[in-house]
Design a protein around this ligand. Structure first.
Ligand SMILES: [Zn+2]
Length: 348
């Protein structure tokens, strides 16, 4: 069968192999036929050789952590043949740490978790894969065209879950939300904010392309000025760029008792002259919380499936700006300026 692979650590080792072995039974009882795999910045980092680990004893890693498939067989009967399914990316560490022990592997304490298509587990960019029932998430059949967005939606469902848990430290009635970055994560974070009834603002550099229209279609306001130039102080900021200046501006911009959730990963190595004392003063005197959020556990995947089912299918579909047949995989992994989400299509 076909699989998209890389040799981790070797730049530009991306290949489509046609004789990849069928998924072994140990991978899980549920056999799945791949429909689509979404591509994100992590895939590009792995292809560049900056990130990623092959399974123990292997030299190559099957790519793909944003999955959508159709069940071929589930002997346990959790899912039925034909059901839509996505595979949870992260698996708990083998120790396990206190968080992994209770299924909160997104909060793993020892770093020994594994991840499909990223860290020591084969990814979903292959014609067939297997999954254990506890890592399989069933989707509403109506989500077939957009269910591949479940993984990035799970990431923002976790971010919102933690924002709300932090907000519950005191009386909390947020009204305005700022999302920085209008890529897939930013747009989905904005979607979940509008579903909560907040006044939502999204900031991005792009003045052309699909981003401004996608934001307005949510009923949110699109901004291209800097965070510091905004004429309001948001109650919640979801930072999705990882750009150092935007991150620092966001940390200084929230209103009283503001919550600033960082989801973007910076590359590091860039130094900025910055008044750390002024930031500290602001954080203390305004009871601000700045926190990082990554990955998602099973509960968040369930919340994400609910959020997608409630969203406008046409809007979700317009996030997928290119669907590329797997045979043309090199085009899929070459990003273009107007891409929001590019998807490898395994049905073509
Ligand atoms: Zn752990």
């Amino acid at each position: 069968m076909r699989a998209v692979t890389v040799t981790p650590g070797v730049p530009n080792s991306l290949r489509l192999v046609h004789d990849h072995p069928e998924p072994p039974a140990e991978e899980g009882a549920i056999l799945v036929e791949a429909l689509a795999v979404g591509i994100c910045g992590t895939d590009h980092e792995i292809i560049a050789g900056d990130y990623g680990e092959a399974p123990p004893g292997a030299s190559t890693l099957v790519l793909g952590h944003e999955s959508l498939g159709r069940v071929l067989e589930d002997p346990g009967g959790t899912l039925q043949p034909g059901d839509l399914v996505a595979g949870i990316v992260r698996h708990p560490d083998p120790v396990p740490c206190p968080n992994c022990a209770i299924g909160e592997w997104d909060m793993c304490r020892n770093g020994r978790y594994t991840e499909h298509g990223i860290k020591e587990l084969p990814g979903f960019a292959r014609d067939r894969w297997r999954v254990q029932p506890r890592f399989a998430v069933g989707l509403d059949p109506a989500l077939a065209p957009v269910g591949v967005l479940l993984e990035p939606t799970a990431v923002v469902a976790k971010a919102w879950d933690h924002i709300e848990r932090i907000g519950a430290r005191a009386e909390w009635q947020p009204q305005t939300v700022l999302v920085t970055g209008a890529g897939p994560i930013g747009l989905l974070a904005a979607l979940l904010a509008t579903q909560r009834g907040f006044s939502v603002h999204v900031l991005d550099r792009a003045t052309t392309g699909p981003k401004p229209g996608l934001v307005r279609a949510l009923g949110a306001t699109y901004h291209t000025e800097s965070v510091a130039q905004l004429d309001f102080d948001p109650d919640v900021i979801v930072e999705c760029t990882g750009a150092p200046v935007v991150v620092l501006d966001a940390m200084c911009k929230a209103g009283p008792t503001g919550i600033i959730c960082l989801t973007g990963v910076s590359s590091g190595g860039r130094r900025i002259d910055f008044d750390a004392g002024a930031l500290n003063r602001e954080l203390v005197l305004e009871n601000h919380v700045v926190f990082g959020s990554v990955n998602a556990n099973r509960r968040h995947w369930g919340l994400a499936a609910e959020a997608l089912a409630r969203a406008d299918p046409a809007w979700l579909s317009s996030l997928i700006t290119r669907r590329v047949p797997v045979e043309a995989y090199t085009e899929a992994y070459a990003s273009t300026p107007d891409d929001i989400k590019v998807v490898l299509d395994f049905t073509a």
